[in-house]
Design a protein around this ligand. Structure first.
Ligand code: PRP
Length: 213
């Protein structure tokens, strides 16, 4: 039997992703031990787990370096990778929003040249193309996006809001909601056919576990 490879996202989703596979009886608790190891093998079940940057999970799965992956819907929407989205895992629930200082709420649709900073330039561009005709400039950042409106780099941001704490602590608020987000189980298109039975078994077990029947 060949090894089935699962790409898990480092960071926020890591713990809950590992818990899903632990509950299925896979030996992957080592992942939570916070070592520098990036690959973990369950010899009994012939499953390998890769710990990768969230944004790289769909890349590993699209190219077949991983058969399955768990990643946020934000990453899938931003990158538009060619993978099967099999299941909404429900955890990691948050929202993609346009955020900024409170006084931008009424000006959002009337500012002639609106600068939008985001880690998600494609999602931001698509939203503003859909929502308004005015001139919008998207500025790509890699993190700490809330700094952009505070420093004059942009008027607003497009970012993930989970608890809202980061916004509150920086004097910003949600101006518009774009879409809900949560963790998704994705599958490589070829693996879905070649490893149909094993993958179907895993998907069915996870579906039961997350109450998504
Ligand atoms: C994300 C996001 C917000 C924050 C939202 O950033 O970009 O900054 O979390 O969460 P909250 O609503 O619960 O405060 P992340 O922590 O991934 O770090 P980053 O800014 O370095 O990307």
């Amino acid at each position: 039997m060949r090894y089935l490879t699962v790409a898990l996202a480092k960071g926020r989703l890591a713990e809950l992703s590992v818990e899903i596979f632990l509950a299925l009886g896979y030996d992957c608790s080592q992942i939570l031990e916070k070592t520098r190891k990036l690959i973990f093998t369950d010899e009994e079940h012939k499953v390998r787990f890769l710990l990768v940057k969230a944004g790289d999970v769909p890349t590993y799965v699209e190219y077949g370096a991983a058969d399955l992956g768990i990643v946020g819907r934000d990453t899938l929407l931003e990158d538009g990778r060619n993978v099967y989205e099999m299941l909404d895992l429900k955890f990691g629930a948050c929202k993609m929003c346009v955020c900024g200082p409170p006084d931008m709420k009424e000006k959002l649709h009337s500012t002639s040249h609106l600068r939008v900073a985001s880690k998600y330039p494609n999602i931001a561009r698509e939203h503003f193309l859909r929502e308004m005709a005015s001139d919008v400039e998207i500025i790509k950042l890699s993190g700490s996006v809330e700094l952009a409106p505070l420093t004059g780099l942009s008027e607003v941001i497009v970012d993930i809001v989970e608890s809202g704490k980061t916004l509150r602590e920086n004097g910003l608020e949600v101006l518009e909601e774009i879409c809900p987000l949560s963790a998704r189980l994705i599958v490589n298109r070829v693996s879905a056919k070649m490893e149909r039975e094993r993958i179907r078994g895993i998907v069915t077990a996870i579906r039961k576990q997350v109450g998504n029947e």
